[in-house]
Design a binder for this molecule. Structure first.
Ligand code: MG
Length: 243
């Protein structure tokens, strides 16, 4: 391994080409099926807590049947009280029409398919305004951040709603804590297939290459408060079916 180099800068794991094609799609705005766990029904965040202190209720404001991650720092990530293994999940998100900023600083949030603790620990399905907003392709909306580029870009205009439908197969670990089977994910973004039963190399890593370093079981689902000045997004209609 004489030539092996350690990646130490965030830029070293950014990918820029090819750029996923733009697809126009309205989205899928589906009510919860009868056997779903409703994680947000428009009324309150009673199924969610603060990631940094799971004893604290989620403080993101709820109004008009949506909840909002505030602009700037200080909101903190939120995650579900309940932990999940394999599941099907539906979520709808909206970047406000008056969004500002560019690249990763434009409507950045994230859906962590399994939260592995404080901060951004876990497997992030990126949420970003990717409507006419260039950034690295493995960091645009519906990427598995810094890991898997989406197959297409059907992001709706700011002010319009988007949907993600996710099928998550959690990783498994052996008794000695080594990896048994890696995580897999399928994602439909506004009804368009963007991740096709792909394998994850490990939890999201901002710097360096991802790897499975920590054995874990069922985990909460987390939403990111990215903290950039533009990141005020709305969420609605979140439900999950355990598989
Ligand atoms: Mg993000």
């Amino acid at each position: 391994m004489a030539n092996a180099q350690t990646k130490t800068k965030p830029e070293e794991t950014e990918v820029y080409t090819p750029v996923p094609k733009i697809v126009q799609a309205t989205g899928i705005f589906s009510p919860a099926p009868s056997d779903a766990i409703v994680l947000f029904d428009g009324k309150d965040l009673s199924k969610w807590v603060m990631t940094e202190d799971r004893d604290k209720p989620a403080v993101w404001p709820v109004a008009n049947n949506v909840f909002t991650v505030k602009k700037g720092k200080g909101s903190g990530n939120i995650e579900t009280k309940q932990s999940f293994g394999n599941y099907q999940l539906h979520i709808e998100w909206q970047v406000p029409a008056n969004i500002e900023g560019k690249g990763q600083g434009r409507g950045n949030s994230g859906l962590f398919l399994a939260s592995l603790g404080k901060g951004d620990a876990g497997y992030e399905l990126q949420i970003l305004d990717s409507y006419k907003n260039e950034t690295y392709t493995n960091g645009q909306a519906a990427s598995i951040y810094k890991q898997l580029v989406p197959l297409a870009n059907p992001t709706n205009k700011p002010g319009e709603w988007n949907s993600y439908d996710v099928i998550w197969t959690a990783p498994t670990f052996n008794n000695d804590k080594s990896l048994g089977t890696p995580a897999r994910v399928t994602v439909l973004f506004n009804g368009v297939l963007v991740q096709d039963n792909v394998e994850l190399k490990g939890p999201t890593q901002y710097i360096g290459d991802p790897a499975y370093k920590q054995a874990h079981g069922p985990a909460p689902i987390k939403l990111q408060s990215h903290g950039d000045p533009s990141a005020a997004l709305n969420f609605r209609n979140i439900w999950l079916r355990e598989l």
